[in-house]
Design a protein around this ligand. Sequence first.
Ligand code: ADP
Ligand code: MG
Length: 695
Amino acid sequence: MEQITELFGSKVFNDAVMKARLPKETYKQVKKAVDEGERLDIATANVVANAMKDWAVENGATHFTHWFQPMTGITAEKHDSFISPTSEGAIIMEFSGKELVRGEPDASSFPSGGLRATFEARGYTAWDPTSYAFIKDGVLCIPTAFCSYGGEALDKKTPLLRSMQAINKQALRIIRLFGNTTAKSVKTTVGPEQEYFLIPKALYDKRKDLIFTGRTLFGAKAPKGQELEDHYFGAIKPKVQEFMKTLNDELWKLGILAKTEHNEVAPAQHELAPIFTTTNIATDHNQLTMEIMQKVAKKYDMVCLLHEKPFAGVNGSGKHNNWSISTDTGINLLEPGETPYDNAQFLLFLTAVIKAVDEYQDLLRISASSAGNDHRLGANEAPPAVVSMFLGDELTEILEAIEKDGKYVGKEKTLMKVGVHVIPKFPKDTTDRNRTSPFAFTGNKFEFRMVGSSMSIAEANIILNTAVAEELKQFADALEGAKDFTSALHDLIKKTITEHKRIIFNGNGYNDEWIAEAEKRGLLNLKSTPDCLPYFLHEKNVKLFTEHKVLSETEMKARYEIMLENYIKTINIEALTMIDMVNKDILPAISKYISELSETVKIRSEVMPNAVGFEKGRIEKLSALSLSIADKVETLEQLLADKPEGDSLTEAKFVREKIFEQMTLLRADVDSAESITASSVWPYPSYGELLFGVR
Ligand code: ADP
Ligand code: MG
């Protein structure tokens, strides 16, 4: 254990290191900047930069980088060395405050959604002192925000930090109303559970689809899938165990609180859950976790697949975004309390989340939308594309009692009045039974389960933070002027429940009846990325983001373009990969097998003129299939050539309705052919080998 405590955070310029290495006054200023969001002056930044450099060099670093999260969804870094020449021709290791707080990478190679057209190509990165610097592969990484020269956000961190400020401001107003005068700030917390697959690297290297797109575009089902449910929580294979151990070590060094690990439902699928932390740090940590998972897997001759749907026919991977709100003094505002007053505060925050999820269900759906995640949502393995909330029977009954001024039918049978009565205690574990809900209350936090495994959790949390900030603002506006606080509070909660209870659903979300019921309730069912993206720019959503200063309308339009572009490009690459695989590998393989079979038929007719074998029938079947495959691939090529250009939404819809559909048809034929072709000629490792290859 001692070793782990020593290992933990050993590569992080964290609070303990700063306390030990910075002059007292500087340390205080940094703390203040972190806790209260204040800017550091350049003199202080110089002191911090120098201490950071000394620490980094002592720990083997030679370079530094501003580490940021552009709209590509992955992280970016440009390394600069600490080396500075002196006038005597020698070198010294230098790092200034200016270099710490601001960098100027060329923004032109990152997606900007048109922002670049109006601004200079140069962008700048700005230090986020709330997220600790760390050393990765001999490089001091400084977490930064990435903006255009005009100040427009070009990344995922900037709006996330802005959304944290928005919810901080409004939540503080609320807790002050409840008499809390000691908390200085309110932050949201997140614990993202990460699913992934591990497959042998040697097999991965043989599949163009995995290499180019992260998922298998073809592949006949293996004789065995996940039907025996023998993988979930089953014994972890020794090689995977070693991988997990090394992964934990690497994550711990970076101060990432990796805690639990287990197998998931599909063969070769696993999960890692960290201990929760402040949202922007959790987001940085999740990006790092994904990167390090892939790196460590290679050490063990495996590849870590983070795609949402690497294999058809078995479960895909997601990310559970566990989210809550707490004060800097450690009070979880979504924890039902012990006294009537605490309970009333809990109910107010709870109804704020209910209202937020109902009013911004479209944005939440968008935060989980991507070409990859479209394969999961609504596919009976992940939540449906309809956003709803699970509260559990006990909590729902309490809300019903408040709404109807009725009696809570629990043990106490009292008339529930907010601010007067204590909520009857409900066992925590009953709140976590329903795994089919997209948004579940799990005792003292919410679990948003729609996010895809390869996606950044930034978007989901930007939306959650901002939407809840808006509801808290409305609540604070209503309550701050109230003459009788308790009855105003009661009425507000009651009204909110009445108006937004349609979003609460405790039943089975995988059920078709629910989809019909959801439609009756007026909930949205946005099936694909092109279906949901247009909602992003709806007036209410522009109002939300601009009023809370999280995104400007220009930034929103840019993001909308980037999301559409990303969708179009992803499917385009998949289609081109399919065409390449079919033309260069699959059709030639089928021909080869047909000629082998024909050869057998020929020989047999010479030696045994009257004998009949299976070969002729097989040749006929495969000939018909190969013709159909050739036709379909030609149609696909034609569709790609016909793709309308100009308006991205029109293009995205065409991609979904025509190109993607054609890819599905093509795949069906190829998979049929694979299942009756000799594995000796089939050009790619099979599903069976991929899914059961790690032993
Ligand atoms: P499980 O889902 O396996 O029962 P938990 O519910 O305890 O486990 O935790 C699941 C995830 O939720 C973990 O990553 C955990 O750190 C996170 N979590 C727990 N409490 C909070 C909180 N207050 N805010 C955000 N995330 C939390
Ligand atoms: Mg969980």
